[in-house]
Ligand binder design. Structure first.
Ligand SMILES: Nc1ncnc2c1ncn2[C@@H]1O[C@H](COP(=O)(O)OS(=O)(=O)O)[C@@H](OP(=O)(O)O)[C@H]1O
Ligand SMILES: [Mg+2]
Length: 423
């Protein structure tokens, strides 16, 4: 089956270069740092050598306050999470725009994505520390750490990250904070938490789908909160995903707007809004109950999922449509709003799934009425640290299709194992 490809580089360029409603212009306050009591300031913000008040700049572009339903559980955390990923998305968009303009994607050079990865993680960590309600201790389980940046030869990249982060903060205007290089390294290492079954842990993939990011295609900034071992909220910023459906599966959107922000809080449903700040709309998974009419998502990268197995599953279900291959957790977002019916992810043997690749996406889908399980039908367990301890793969769909999907998955796996096992 030929795969439909959702690549929207030209939309991304358009979206990020347009005069954006993502921001509103507010006077830059040099006093902002003083508004936060020292006990909730990040360590690196309390240490004078690392940061200083940023020089005032004209016309800061402060991120618009995101919607927040007071009285709902985790409302303040959700507002902070949305603001964090939207700010990080802004940094990523500007880097991706530069990559595409410079034509780096045709001759892969990992350094721009590295700068964006670290920059995104620093900004998310900063916003969470500044905006989320203080808890006993701040715990962030994130993909990046500073080890590589502390090595000889990494000076230029560290310089670039520092500059980019500081520019993004000044441009936004919410905080009068200026990172030194040491502050940047310390902020990255905020993400070294191991997570676990007790307490609260933020879980972050600063750029999920790095290969898609480099290609100019889909990627996501994925942030979730785990409370006592359960994912309780998730946000997915997908800067290149059309705000409307990609249901026609040919890569073009039903409208011109690009940049979707998915969010979900446990027990409160899932929503999508524009990354530029439109009112959130409730979303739900599709209601298809006959798999013949279903379409399915899988990884864009063949190395990330066993496509022979997914095509055998699709065949057993009678799926007619070609697979829709999208990078990153944008797949979960698209599934949650009914753009497709099934998500299949079957990494090659030996790969261990990380919690930041599924925490945000899975709650967006379950709160939209879907089901996310491993290949044996077990719920995903986010309480075991940085890895998911899984049986074989991850599948997601609506409640009606799950029984037949599980049956097809188990049959296809059995056949594959029989075909590969020595006699
Ligand atoms: N070998 C292998 N097998 C399975 N999965 C892997 C593998 N290697 C990486 N990864 C993880 O996949 C993340 C990207 O998600 P997807 O596979 O859905 O998207 S993509 O098609 O690769 O773009 C990708 O996330 P990022 O590293 O954040 O891009 C990885 O965490
Ligand atoms: Mg990832």
């Amino acid at each position: 089956m030929a795969a439909a490809r959702v690549g929207l580089a030209s939309h991304a360029l358009h979206a990020s270069s347009s005069s954006s409603t993502l921001v509103r212009r507010l006077p830059h306050s040099r006093l902002a740092l003083l508004l936060y009591p020292p006990r909730i300031l990040p360590t690196y913000l309390r240490s004078c050598p690392y940061v200083s008040a940023a020089p005032a700049r004209p016309r800061p572009r402060r991120l618009r306050a995101m919607s927040q339903s007071a009285g709902t559980p985790y409302a303040a955390e959700l507002a902070a999470a949305k603001k964090a990923v939207a700010l990080a998305a802004r940094l990523c968009q500007s880097v991706q725009q530069n990559i595409l303009q410079a034509g780096v994607q045709s001759k892969p050079d990992k350094s721009p994505v590295t700068v964006a990865d670290y920059g995104s993680q620093i900004l998310v960590s900063l916003v969470l520390k500044m905006e989320a309600p203080p808890s006993d201790s701040f715990s962030l389980v994130a993909e990046e750490d500073s080890e590589e940046l502390r090595k000889d030869g990494a000076e230029e990249i560290l310089e670039n990250i520092t500059e980019l982060v500081n520019e993004t903060i000044v441009d936004d205007g919410s905080y009068s904070i200026f990172f030194s290089k040491e502050g940047i390294l310390a902020a990255i290492d905020d993400g070294k938490s191991e997570g676990g079954p007790s307490g609260r842990h933020w879980v972050l993939d600063p750029i999920d789908g790095t290969k898609g990011f480099l290609r100019g295609d889909q990627y996501a900034i994925a942030l979730a909160l785990i409370d006592e071992g359960k994912v309780v909220l998730g946000v997915l910023a997908c800067p290149n995903l059309p705000l409307g459906s990609i249901g026609n599966l040919n890569g073009s959107s039903s409208g011109d707007q690009v940049g979707a922000l998915f969010s979900a809080t446990i027990g409160c449903g899932a929503e999508v809004e524009s990354l530029q700040g439109s009112p959130p709309q409730k979303i739900s998974v599709c209601s298809i109950d006959n798999s013949v009419n279903a379409s399915f998502f899988e990884s864009y990268e063949a190395a990330h999922s066993m496509q022979d197995l997914t095509s055998s599953i699709a065949e057993k279900l009678g799926v007619q449509a070609p697979p829709v291959r999208i990078d990153s957790q944008a797949k979960y977002g698209a599934l949650a709003r009914g753009d497709g019916a099934i998500y299949l992810r079957f990494p090659h043997t030996g790969y261990r799934e990380k919690i930041w690749d599924h925490a945000a996406g899975s709650i967006v889908v379950t709160e939209a009425g879907g089901v996310v399980t491993d290949a044996s039908g077990n719920d995903l367990d986010f309480s075991k640290g940085r890895f998911l301890d899984l049986d074989t793969g991850i599948i997601a769909t609506n409640k009606q299709l799950m029984p037949s999907l599980l049956k097809a998955v188990q049959e296809a796996i059995k056949e594959k194992n029989q075909a590969t096992s020595p006699l």
